[in-house]
Design a protein around this ligand. Structure first.
Ligand SMILES: [Ca+2]
Ligand SMILES: [Ca+2]
Ligand SMILES: [Ca+2]
Length: 443
């Protein structure tokens, strides 16, 4: 079985990272923390050929190349794809202010000494403060022949599957929103996730009927793939066609990190089509598989919900709880080596009214199910779509064997950047920049 093979790969990968020694002094969360730096904050790199650069760190007393990537962005603030209609922000193949350098905190090292030499010219020193308040460094180098070939995120275009040290996810090639398989390395059990479940419900003007659509009515086709060792981004063209009319035409960028994925959705419902819909609403949720005994923790419920296959009055009432931007985190604790933390954000528009969504039942079989039951299904229910124009939402999902804290507390750890200083060594403008990401930076 394929799942067994994947698990074996995971075990090798995890023991590999433990052997690097970084895990001894810090947590997995710190090790796999993605550092993202804007091109504008590395002035010495601006205008340089991306292919002329390399990233190094000290390993066992020597400067060695580490995995990294530099992604180019479009004028809409998303990853640039030549296959997509959004124009590039800047010049192709050159470092521009809004291009981004990505690497893992765990690949950084001690500060280099004067005697250590890199293959090439060191142009910038990047200093990161870890959560245990130790300083770690990486070095941007120009003109090196060396590049690391390690990959923290492995993506197969042929198989339409992503695999990291934490998880693997296999997509339906014709519709990325249908997941064929999900495995989590340290989970004690079968696949803990059934799939992503999207449901759209609306009245139609001059009709008594209410229409309801699920995953299969929404088609997300791959338009481009930006494969990298730190993150793979897939540009999806998302459509919803009803009565031969294209109701929704949208861009989704799916970002895959070692222990997270982020869906950045930008939707446009043409005004003339929107006018045909009465009270449209939508739920976006994850259907879990057989997580009896799991707990659901949110900042808006006074105590955790417990998965047992039945809905209590308290659980039913939880479905009416309104969430705001600071309280919408949902933490699922399986207590079996797999925890999942989700957040919903509104990227480019005002938040829409959002409610917590939760079902706990062990009997119902939906036609899009891989596994019977919703044990549990949880996510978000969104209503009051705007009458016209563009709107966007961003769903972020983080994994750990065990998360400690509430979603609000964890947000700081998983969604903000540690303090970073950039020392531009080979510049007349040789200044130290204090740099800190805000939430939502990782897209
Ligand atoms: Ca560029
Ligand atoms: Ca229950
Ligand atoms: Ca199911």
């Amino acid at each position: 079985m394929k799942g067994t093979l994947l698990i074996r790969t995971f075990v090798l990968a995890v023991s590999f990272h433990a052997s690097l020694g970084f895990a001894m002094e810090t947590s997995d969360q710190d090790y796999y923390r993605v550092i993202m730096i804007n091109g504008e904050d590395i002035p010495v790199a601006q205008g340089k050929e991306i292919s002329s650069l390399s990233l190094f760190a000290v390993k066992e007393g020597m400067l060695e190349p580490i995995p990294y990537q530099i992604d180019e962005y479009n004028i809409g603030g998303a990853v640039y794809f030549a296959e997509w209609h959004e124009p590039i922000d800047g010049t192709p193949q050159l470092v521009d202010p809004n291009d981004k350098l990505l690497f893992l905190m765990g690949d950084s090292g001690e500060r280099k000494t004067k005697t250590m030499r890199a293959d090439g010219k060191i142009i910038s020193e990047i200093e990161i403060n870890t959560s245990t308040n130790t300083k770690r460094y990486v070095y941007l180098v120009e003109g090196s022949r060396l590049q690391s070939d390690a990959q923290h995120v492995r993506y197969s275009i042929e198989e339409s599957a992503v695999e990291t040290d934490f998880f693997s996810l296999d997509f339906n090639k014709d519709n990325h929103l249908i997941w064929n398989d999900f495995a989590y390395a340290d989970y004690r059990g079968d696949s803990p996730i059934d799939g992503l479940k999207i449901k759209f419900t609306s009245g139609i003007i001059s009709s008594a009927a209410e229409m309801s659509f699920d995953n299969e009515s929404f088609i997300a086709k791959t338009a481009g793939e930006n494969v990298g060792p730190i993150r793979t981004t897939i540009q999806l063209h998302f459509t919803f066609i009803y009565l031969g009319l294209e109701f929704i035409d949208a861009s989704i960028q799916a970002h895959f990190y070692p222990n997270a994925f982020i869906y950045d959705v930008r939707l446009m419902i043409p005004e003339i089509r929107r006018a045909l819909l009465v009270d449209p609403n939508m739920s976006v949720a994850i259907d879990f598989n057989q997580l009896i005994g799991a707990q659901i923790v949110t900042d808006s419920l006074s105590k955790p919900l417990v998965v047992d296959g039945n809905m209590t009055e308290e659980e039913k009432a939880a479905n009416h709880v309104e969430l705001n931007k600071d309280t919408n985190g949902i933490l699922l604790r399986s207590n079996r080596g797999f925890d999942l933390l989700a957040y919903l954000d509104w990227g480019i528009t005002d938040p829409l009214p959002t409610k917590f969504m939760y079902q706990d039942n062990d009997y119902q079989f939906n036609k899009s199910d891989r596994f019977a039951g919703q044990l549990p299904i949880t996510g978000y229910h969104v209503s009051d779509f705007p009458d016209k124009g563009l709107f966007g939402l961003i769903a972020s999902v983080y994994f750990a064997d065990y998360f400690k804290g509430t979603p609000r507390e964890l947000s700081k750890l998983v969604r903000t950047s540690p303090p970073i200083k950039i020392n531009n060594l080979a510049s007349t403008n040789n200044k130290v920049v204090n740099y800190s990401h805000s939430k939502m930076a990782l897209r």
